[in-house]
Design a protein around this ligand. Sequence first.
Ligand code: NAD
Length: 252
Amino acid sequence: MFRLDEKTAVVTGGGSGIGKAVAQVFAAQGAFVHIVDLSVANATACLHELQQNGGKGMAHTCDVSDQQQVNVLFAKIGKLDILVNNAGIAHVGNVENTGEADFDRVFNVNVKGVYNCLHAAVPLMKQNGGGAILNLSSIAAVTGIADRFAYSMSKGAVHAMSLSVARDYIKDHIRSNTISPARVHTPFVDGFITKNYPGREAEMFDKLSKSQPIGRMGTVDEVAKLILYLCSDEAAFITGNDYSIDGGFIKL
Ligand code: NAD
C-alpha cells in the first residue's frame, strides 16, 4: 500500500522537520526524491540519510521565493509526479507590529514560493499525464492563531491557491490538496521557543504541548504518513480538499 515506485517527487523545505520526514517516507516507498532547500547542508544531510536507508534522490539548493531559481530547478528535474510545497517560515506579531518587511518576507516564501513551484510544476505534470500536489497550510489559516498575522494570512492564501489549481487542472488528472497541522515538533517550533523564551525552553515546550487538546505536539512521522497517503494513487479520488492533522485543535 502507498507505494511510489517509478514516481518522481519534489519536496521543498526537505532539509528539516516535516519536509525531511516526507522525503524519507517517500524514498522508503520507492520514489526518487528531489530534496529542495535553502540550506545545502540540511538538504545534503537528508539525502545521505535517505541513501543510507536504500532510497534514491538528489539534493538541491534553491530559494523558492526566487522564480528564476525555481524555473531552472524544475527544468533540470524534467519529469514530475508529486510536488510537496512544504518550505515555510513564520513571523510573530499582530497587524500593528507586522512591518512591511516582515509581511513581504513571509509572503515571499509562504505564498510566492508556493506559486513559483506550482507555476513551474503544473506544465511538467500535464506533460506527464497528471500528478499530485500537496501544499502545507496550517490551522492558522482557519483559526487565525494569536500573534501570527502574516503567517495566518499566508496560509489562507495557500488554501486558495491549492483549491484554484485543483479546479483548473482536474481534467488534466492533477490533484491538489492541503493539510493543516496544529503544532508539530520540528526545528521550526524549537527555534520559536529558544528565540522567544530563552532559559525557559522545557517549561514552554510543556506549555505548548498541553495547549493542544490531545496534550502533545504532533510528530513529523504522523504528518509525513498523511502526506504519503494523499500523494499516492490510493488517494486518486481526493482533490480540492484540506485535511486537519491537529490533535483536536479545531473541533474540540
Ligand atoms: P522547519 O523550519 O523545520 O523546516 C522548513 C524548511 O524550509 C527548512 O529546512 C528551511 O531551510 C526551508 N526553507 C525556508 N525558506 C525557504 C526558501 N525560501 N526556499 C527553500 N527552502 C526554504 O519547518 P517545519 O516545522 O517542518 O514546517 C514545514 C511546513 O509546515 C511549513 O510550511 C510550516 O508553515 C508548516 N507547518 C508547520 C507546523 C509546525 O508546528 N511545525 C504547523 C503547521 C504548519
